[in-house]
Write a protein that binds this ligand. Sequence first.
Ligand code: C2E
Ligand code: CA
Ligand code: CA
Ligand code: CA
Length: 276
Amino acid sequence: YTAKKLGRSRFCYFTPTMQQASESRLRLTNDLRHALIDQQIWVAYQPIVNLATGEIRKAEALIRWQHPTRGLVSPAEFIPIAEETGLITELGAWVFHQVAEQVSNWRIHHHDQFQISINKSPAQFHNIGHKLADWFEHLQRLGLPGGCIAVEITEGLLLDASSIVSDKLLAFKDAGMQTSLDDFGTGYSSLSYLKKYQIDFLKIDQNFVSNLSAGSTDMALCEAIIVMAHVLGMKVIAEGVETVEQRDLLLKAGCDYGQGYLFSKPLTAKAFEKLF
Ligand code: C2E
Ligand code: CA
Ligand code: CA
Ligand code: CA
């Protein structure tokens, strides 16, 4: 809010490229309003693989926007727009319903413990509030336990000193839903937060994984993160695993799960089913 308030009383000089960028953003904002109705939005699923057994019993849901003229627009580009415009509420609800239906289907046909994780940005998380009850009700209607869904949040959220965040995390816990700490290592985590919030999964950010080699600093960091997470009762998921060498090093370090192009890119639900 502060940034917006400041912005109003500040002079702004637009260069032609800045103007182009903001016009293109404006167009994107308008397009996004129609994207859901026009069925341009879909959910991709990326497997989360048990490193020791190779089993796939988890997936991360990643939103996709197939724009009619621009092609695939990255969520990194349109999620912030959705947040500024409030469209994120609708988008988030839509993702949740898609995922609930998908996990129900895969539990029936493939594995009865299958779990899909969904991403929640800090702003989204703060707005979840009254919707939580609707979520749990929806799952119940589908005959699904809370554990079929994991919610991925980022470290910044845990810095919130108020009880709001811990209350919501507790509500997830009560409903049997699990939580994952996304992009670990890029934010401001502290051991005390990790202990306090009883997060179930810690996802090591791909920055640490991409340069893994025996004896490297990143290797030592990964090893330390894995030990720490296990002490705190968390399972560890390494993100951005692209090579066999990375996978082997992570497995040796005791990492529980891996996610990345080595195993599979994010896929359509139909393509994902071929992995079962
Ligand atoms: P994230 O949650 O950290 O998701 C992981 C990103 O890494 C995904 O990018 C995924 O496609 C990519 N990735 C997976 N394996 C590899 C690999 O081996 N190498 C590399 N280089 N990249 C890999 P994506 O799908 O473009 O999503 C970007 C971000 O957008 C996500 O980062 C997440 O923060 C956000 N996002 C995606 N879907 C949603 C959603 O439904 N809601 C919200 N709030 N945010 C979402
Ligand atoms: Ca994520
Ligand atoms: Ca991540
Ligand atoms: Ca990320």
